[in-house]
Structure formats: C-alpha cells, structure tokens
Design a protein around this ligand. Sequence first.
Ligand SMILES: C[S@@+](CC[C@H](N)C(=O)[O-])C[C@H]1O[C@@H](n2cnc3c(N)ncnc32)[C@H](O)[C@@H]1O
Length: 267
Amino acid sequence: MLNKLLFHRFPNIKSLLTRLQYEFLSTLNLKRDVLFMNFGYTAHHEGHEPIPLHPDDESHRYPLQLYHHVAKHVSWENAEALEVSSGRGGGAHFIMRHFKPKSYTGVDFSARAIEFCRSHFNLDGLKFQRGNAEALAFPDNSFDIVVNVEASLYYPNIKKFFGHVKRVLKPGGHFVYTDLRYTEKIEEWHALIKSTGLKLIKAEDITDNVLKAMELDRERRIHLVNTYIPAILRKQFLHFAGIAPDSPSALPHLENRRYWYFVLQKS
Ligand SMILES: C[S@@+](CC[C@H](N)C(=O)[O-])C[C@H]1O[C@@H](n2cnc3c(N)ncnc32)[C@H](O)[C@@H]1O
C-alpha cells in the first residue's frame, strides 16, 4: 500500500528510495551470485523448450530468460546496442555472448554496479559507463538497438527517457523494452508509449510467464536474501523480491501489477 502510494503520488521520493536500495545492494559482496535484478521469465510451462545454457549460467536461468525473450525479436547482426539500466551486467554479458552484436554499452545510475561490471565482464565490444536514463549522454542516431529491462518504473520522468531513446536510435533502429505497472496505470502507460512516435511492432502481456518464473526460482531467491541481507532488513527485501514474507508457502506476487514487453521502431 505504502509502495503504491509512493509510486503514484511521490515518484521522486520513490525513485530516491529505490536508488538507495540498489546502492545498498551494491555495497554487499554479492559476487557472481547476483548478476541480474529482474523477476525472470519462463515459457516452458507452455510447451516451449527451455533455452540451452552454459552450466555457469544455469543458476541465473529465469532472469536470463527474460533477456533472451526481450532480445530474440530483433536482428543483432553488426548491431551497436545500448542498454539503459544494465544493473549488474548479467543481461549485457549474456546478449553479447548469445546474440553477438558488434558492440554493447551498458549504462546505469549506480556507480558501484558499473564498477562491478567493469571488473567482472571482459569481452571485446562490451562497455559499461555511469549514466542517467533521463539524460543519456550519447549523440543523436548512434544505436541500432536500445534495451531496457525492469527499470523504467523507477524513473521519475519517463517522458524524458523515451525522448532520449528516440533521439539516440538510428532511423530503423529498435527499442526492446519490458517493465511492469499497477493495473490501473496500464492504459496511461500504453498511451505514453504510443505518444513517443516510435512505431509499435509488438506488445505482449507476459505477466503469467513472469509469475511462473518467480515460482520456479523461489528457493534460490529466498536463499540469496537469507545469505546476503542482514536479518533486520530481510522482510523488506523478500517483499522487494516478490516473495510473500509472512507465508512461506504463498505464491509469488507482483502486487497487482502487470508485466509487459514491447518492441518499437524508429522510422
Ligand atoms: C530492477 S534493476 C534491473 C537491472 C537489470 N536491467 C536487470 O534486469 O538485471 C533496476 C536498475 O535500474 C537502475 N536505475 C534506476 N534509476 C535509474 C536511472 N535514472 N538511470 C539509470 N539507471 C537507473 C538501478 O540502478 C538498477 O540497476
């Protein structure tokens, strides 16, 4: 309830608190146990084969599958790509290895997350730099693809972000975008996306796929919270991770939010 009130009425405060939460996370020595900070995705309960993964990636299967789903609808051949809010870099590293773009630049607000990425991922063409989604410091028409995964809900002024995405994309370039919103805000959000002037190629409600992934990944997430988060903050972080802290057997939740995936193109 408090979360919802902050999101709707005081987006700047919510954004500040969330940034503090991510900065706090990056002060912990999470090592390579935490390379992703999204709720995950699965489709194999719908009859799709799980994607084959390198054994080192297996423990990150569900959050990694969200990146796979987001990335698989566009061509990466020779692409210069930008990810806004790349977090701890697991998605950037996966896309670079799996889809093999020419270059991939990850940008995040958190200086510590950028430091972590720079010291853990070393691939030709993969770069990380600190930056703000609402003030992207790149020239016009410089990227073929812009990626954004579960982060725009924290931006106080999403219109500024969309404006920069449109500006930095080359003509014909794609914006692959996924995030969640409270049910009553979905219509407004979709209208905002349409008003960017980017052409909508695909819009898909993936809430059920995300909830199923959270269910399958539940034990690992609880283990991470119990391992790394001080006892006094665990309840808050379990909630943050979509796990109902008061009832260990309860199904995961997204607090009445729906998760959507979009592909847009600059004309
Ligand atoms: C839920 S995490 C998702 C990270 C990554 N996309 C993933 O899926 O693992 C949200 C990320 O957004 C970043 N973030 C929040 N506000 C930002 C802003 N204004 N500019 C850039 N990054 C921001 C946070 O630092 C955090 O790394």
